[in-house]
Design a binder for this molecule. Structure first.
Ligand code: XIL
Length: 325
């Protein structure tokens, strides 16, 4: 029952899982399971797409100004290319996991534009021709749809978004350029904000190809399939594609059969919505193996958000996903 095979039958381009270079994984001490992990990641046929969870972020790729390091990102990218996996590349301009030097100085507008330019041309340039898509700008919005305060917005206003997409298109004209954010999976002010960004770029004649719905959901309170379809359609109506870029459905520990059933429904709703809307092109889960998820370290008391348990058996939600495809 390979997820990718069924996703393709349902009209999607891919079903994939993000993965990390071993040195950056959330949990150390798991070396013994790497062969089993790698078998599912690269050989089982479950996935045909990946995203490096951390290695392409600013903190790793330009830790000091003008000093580039592609080692961590390359570990995942080179394997993905060798396996002919679709590679989503993540993320160029983001306020988080930014190298400290970027926020250590009060840059003028021109200085910050040069910094953005150099970062995008070098990082995107390094992987040129190898990324199906790039998350050019990540998480620029607050929940109410206004712009989030960051070194980029506070210095340049919304021009930082225009500039980043402009430079990205010049650097790798064949990569799909995405705006990526969370809580875009159901209608509301944040979806309107992201739609505004898409229109702003389109009206300025700047290239944008897609909106990434991170899709970090909760088992207890996930949206309905109709809400997902509504949100996804808001973007596809603007003529851009949509991808679920970081899907996970966390639950409050300890897991119970009832919670696992809700988790399964959560996965089924969003994957089903994506499969039903033409223009929603693919699904990426944010790793597939619970011990390597970011959730326990980020959300106190929550966990087990993925499709494979620590002992490599599958969650009920795996079959929820299959039922949606
Ligand atoms: C997370 C990673 O999974 C963690 O390993 C890291 O410590 C923090 O970032 N939104 C994003 C992702 O766009 O890059 C984040 O990934 C999760 C939230």
């Amino acid at each position: 029952a390979e997820l990718d095979k069924w996703a393709k039958k349902a009209g999607l381009k891919y079903f994939g899982a993000a993965t990390d270079s071993p040195g950056q994984r959330e949990r150390a001490g798991y070396e013994a399971v790497y062969p089993q992990y790698d078998e599912i990641m690269w050989e089982s046929g479950e996935f045909h797409q990946t995203t490096p969870t951390n290695g392409m972020k600013w903190l790793f790729t330009e830790p000091q100004r003008g000093v580039y390091n592609f080692t961590e990102g390359e570990i995942v990218a080179s394997r993905a290319n060798a396996e002919r996996y679709v590679l989503r590349c993540h993320a160029l301009v983001w306020h988080s996991q930014l190298a400290p030097w970027v926020t250590a100085t009060n840059w003028t507008k021109d200085e910050l534009k040069t910094i953005i330019h150099d970062h995008i041309t070098n990082v995107m340039g390094h992987w040129k021709g190898r990324c199906y898509a790039w998350d050019v700008v990540n998480e620029a919005l607050n929940e109410d749809g206004t712009y989030r305060s960051s070194v980029f917005y506070d210095t340049l206003g919304e021009d930082f978004i225009k500039y980043a997409f402009q430079v990205a298109h010049e650097t790798d004209p064949n990569a799909k350029l995405y705006y990526n954010d969370y809580n875009l999976e159901y209608p509301g002010a944040k979806v309107s904000g992201a739609a505004r960004i898409v229109s702003m770029l389109q009206n300025a004649g700047i290239h944008i190809d897609g909106v990434g719905l991170q899709s970090h959901l909760t088992a207890e309170g996930h949206p309905t399939i109709d809400q997902h379809i509504d949100a996804i359609s808001t973007f596809t109506r603007l003529g851009v594609e949509v991808a679920l870029t970081e899907l996970d459905v966390r639950l409050t520990l300890p897991a119970t059969p009832a919670l696992l059933a809700k988790q399964s429904q959560g996965y089924k709703n969003i994957v089903g919505a994506c499969a039903q809307v033409k223009g929603c092109i693919g699904v990426t889960i944010w790793d597939f193996y619970d011990p390597f998820s970011w959730v326990p370290a980020t959300f106190a008391g929550q966990g087990l958000p993925l499709l494979w348990y620590a002992n490599f058996t599958k969650h009920p939600a795996y079959y929820g996903v299959l039922a949606a495809l």
